[in-house]
Write a protein that binds this ligand. Structure first.
Ligand code: ATP
Ligand code: MG
Length: 582
C-alpha cells in the first residue's frame, strides 16, 4: 500500500509539548502519533494507530502460538463480580466507578480476573475441557494517581490480558511457563531490552509472580540484580535477610538522656559522638528511626501505624505501600498529632507507641537482642541501649526500608546492583483466589468436583509503543524496528525535476507491488523539511530520490545505523527489497 504524505492526516510539531518530560512522550506527540485529550487519555492518529496494531499483531501471534484463544469482554462491567472478590473496594481510588440511569453501580475494567473466571464457569463443566487459556487485547481503565509520560502510564490504555485455567498445580506451572516463553518472544521481536524479575503479587493476590521490566533510566520501577547468582527482583519484592539474634544477657541497661535540639538523625548522631555514649563511634545505623503513617483499610477504617527502620535508611514509599496493600498509606496530619499527644515529633520511640496501642512494625535488621539509640517520647530526650526483646517487642517486621546498591543479595551470593525499568509485562500464578470466589468447578475424572486453578498474565500493549520509542530514539527522532514500524519504508522526493518525480512514482509503485507498505513524501516542501520529518517519524529505511537522479542513482538510508548507500536508479526497487529482506 502507498500512503502519500500530501494526503496523510498528519501534522508534525517543531516544538516539544509543554507537559512532556521524557523523550518518548515528546517524540510521539511531535511526530503526530498521539494527541492528548485529558490527563492520561490519548487519541491515536494514523501513524500511532498503525504502530499499535502492529504491536498487537505480534502479541496475538505469540499468544496464539501457545494455544491461547482470543475473546473480548466488555470494559463496562457490573459491580457484583468485583464485590464478590472485594475488589470493588480494595482497588481503591484507581477504579473508575459509575452509575447507570437506574442507579446501578458499574466500573470500567482495570483487569478482568473476575469476568474470565465467570466466563469459564459459564461454559465448561468437565475435566476434559481443561486446560484452557483465554486472552483479550482490550482497553483498560485505571484512575492512576500520577498518569505520566503520555501513553507510558495512561488512565485509558491497551493491555493484552490472558488467564489460564488448569486442573492442578502442575498444569498451572506449565501454563505459566508457556506464557513466560511467549513473553520472551514478544519482547525480543519488538527489540526491547528487558529483564525478568521476581515480583510481589500486589492487588491480584496469589503466589509466584514475575515482572518483565524494560531497562530505562526513566522507569518508575527499581530492580536489583546479583551478578554472582543471577538473582533479580523488583525492589518491592526484595526480602531482607532477618538479623541473627544477639544474646540479651549482659547488655547494659537502657539509659535516657537529655538531647536538646536533636530532632534529626544527623543531629542525634553528632550528639552521641560528642557524648561518646556507645564507647565507640556512633553512626546513623545505630539509631532507630520511627516513621508514622496512617492506613486507610478497604473497609474505610483508619489506623495509625509506627514503622521502625535503622536511621541510615529511608523508608521507600513503594516498598511500604506494597507491604501494606490493600490498605492505602497516608501521611499523618497535624490534627492526628494533636489528637495523639504521645507522638512527640522528632523524639518518637517504640515505648509510647506500644503503651498507646499503636501497632509497631520494624525492619528485619532490627532483630532480637539488637540495641538502639531512639526517641524517648518527650521533647529533647533520647534513650540509648534500647534492646529488642528486652525493652520492647515489635508487633512484627515489615519490608519498608529502601534497598540500596551494594546490599547483600537475599540468596547470600553477593552484593545487589540497582537499576531502573518500565514494567511491560507481568505473570502471576494466582491459584484459586478467583475460582474460590465464584466456585469455578468442573467434574473431575473420578466424578468429584475439581476447583480450577488460575493464572493471570498482562502485557502493556500501548505502553510498549512508548517503551520502544524510549529505548530506540535518537536526537533526531523515533526509530522503529521493522517488525512494528507503521511503514516499511519512507520514500522522499528531494528533487523538483519532473523526470525525478515520475521516476519516484515508478519506484514507489514497484515497492508497493512487491508487498511493501510505503510512506511516500510527495509534498512540495523543501528537502530539508522532508528529511527532518523522515527522521522524526522513524521508519527503519528512508529512500531518497534526489540530486543523484540525473546521474542515475538514489540513496537508501538506514535509520538505525545512519548508513547511506547510493544505489542505481535502474532496478532500484529490486535492490531496496534485497536490502530490506536481507
Ligand atoms: P504498574 O506498576 O506500572 O502500575 P501494574 O503492576 O499496575 O503496573 P498490571 O496490573 O500487572 O500492572 O498490568 C499488566 C501490564 O499492563 C503492566 O505490566 C503494564 O505493562 C501495563 N500497564 C499497567 N498500568 C498501565 C498504565 N496505567 N498505562 C499503560 N500500561 C499499563
Ligand atoms: Mg499499576
Amino acid at each position: 500500500m502507498i500512503t502519500r504524505l500530501s494526503r496523510l492526516f498528519l501534522r508534525t510539531l517543531r516544538d516539544d509539548p509543554a507537559d512532556a518530560e521524557v523523550p518518548s512522550h515528546k517524540l510521539l506527540v511531535r511526530a503526530g502519533y498521539v494527541r492528548r485529550i485529558a490527563p492520561g487519555v490519548y487519541s491515536w492518529l494514523p501513524l500511532g494507530l498503525r504502530t499499535l496494531r502492529r504491536i498487537e499483531d505480534v502479541v496475538r501471534q505469540e499468544m496464539d502460538a501457545i494455544g491461547a484463544q482470543e475473546i473480548s469482554l466488555p470494559a463496562l462491567l457490573p459491580r457484583e463480580p468485583y464485590e464478590a472478590t472485594n475488589r470493588w473496594t480494595e482497588y481503591g481510588d484507581a477504579l473508575f466507578r459509575l452509575q447507570d440511569r437506574k442507579g446501578g453501580d458499574y466500573l470500567l475494567g482495570p483487569t478482568h480476573e473476575e469476568l474470565f473466571a465467570l466466563t469459564v464457569k459459564g461454559e465448561y463443566n468437565s475435566y476434559k475441557d481443561l486446560p484452557v487459556t483465554l486472552y483479550q487485547v482490550q482497553t483498560k481503565y485505571r484512575d492512576e494517581e500520577r498518569p505520566r509520560a503520555g501513553i507510558l502510564r495512561g488512565r485509558e490504555f491497551v493491555m493484552k490480558d490472558s488467564y489460564s485455567f488448569d486442573l492442578d498445580d502442575d498444569g498451572l506451572r506449565a501454563s505459566y511457563a508457556a506464557h513466560r516463553g511467549a513473553y520472551q518472544k514478544i519482547f525480543s521481536r519488538l527489540g526491547v531490552e528487558y529483564v525478568i524479575v521476581a515480583a510481589t503479587s500486589g492487588a491480584m493476590g496469589g503466589s509466584a509472580s514475575e515482572e518483565f521490566l524494560a531497562t530505562s533510566p526513566v522507569g518508575e520501577d527499581t530492580y536489583v540484580t546479583c551478578l554472582e547468582s543471577g538473582y533479580a527482583a523488583n525492589v518491592e519484592a526484595v526480602v531482607t535477610p532477618a538479623a541473627a539474634p544477639i544474646p540479651i544477657e549482659g547488655q547494659p541497661a537502657a539509659v535516657e538522656y537529655d538531647t536538646p535540639d536533636t530532632p534529626t538523625i544527623a543531629t542525634l548522631v553528632d550528639w552521641a559522638n560528642a557524648e561518646n555514649v556507645l564507647g565507640r563511634t556512633a553512626t546513623a545505623a545505630d539509631t532507630l528511626k520511627n516513621v508514622m503513617v496512617k492506613l486507610r483499610h478497604p473497609d474505610g477504617k483508619t489506623e495509625i501505624l509506627g514503622i521502625g527502620v535503622p536511621g541510615d535508611r529511608e523508608v521507600d514509599d513503594k516498598r511500604l505501600e506494597a507491604s501494606l496493600e490493600p490498605a492505602e498509606v497516608e501521611l499523618l496530619t497535624e490534627a492526628d498529632f494533636a489528637a495523639n499527644p504521645f507522638l512527640v515529633k522528632g523524639y518518637i520511640g517504640p515505648k509510647a507507641l506500644q503503651a498507646n496501642g499503636v501497632r509497631y512494625l520494624v525492619d528485619p535488621r532490627v532483630g532480637e537482642g539488637s540495641a538502639w539509640i531512639t526517641g524517648a517520647d518527650s521533647p529533647g530526650r533520647h534513650v540509648v541501649g534500647l534492646v529488642v526483646g528486652r525493652d520492647f517487642t515489635p508487633d512484627g517486621t515489615i519490608e519498608a526500608a529502601e534497598v540500596r546498591d551494594g546490599d547483600p543479595s537475599p540468596d547470600g551470593a553477593g552484593p545487589l546492583v540497582a537499576a531502573r525499568g518500565i514494567e511491560i509485562g507481568h505473570i502471576f500464578q494466582l491459584g484459586r483466589k478467583y475460582t474460590d470466589a465464584f466456585d469455578v468447578d468442573v467434574l473431575g475424572e473420578n466424578g468429584k468436583p475439581v476447583r480450577l486453578t488460575m493464572g493471570s498474565y498482562g502485557v502493556g500493549v500501548s505502553r510498549l509503543m512508548a517503551v520502544v520509542a524510549e529505548q530506540q530514539h535518537d536526537e533526531k527522532g523515533l526509530r522503529w524496528p521493522a517488525e512494528i514500524a507503521p511503514y516499511d519504508i519512507h520514500v522522499v522526493i528531494a528533487n523538483k525535476d519532473g523526470a525525478a518525480r515520475d521516476g519516484a512514482e515508478a519506484v514507489v509503485a514497484d515497492l508497493d507491488a512487491a508487498g511493501l507498505e510505503v510512506l511516500f513524501d510527495d509534498r512540495t516542501a523543501s528537502p530539508g523539511v522532508k528529511f527532518k520529518d523522515a527522521e522524526l517519524l522513524g521508519m527503519p529505511w528512508i529512500l531518497v530520490i534526489g540530486r543523484g537522479w540525473a546521474e542515475g542513482t538514489v540513496e537508501l538510508r538506514n535509520r538505525f545505523t545512519g548508513e547511506a548507500e547510493e544505489i542505481p536508479a535502474v532496478g532500484a526497487a529490486a535492490a531496496v527489497l534485497a536490502r530490506l529482506r536481507g
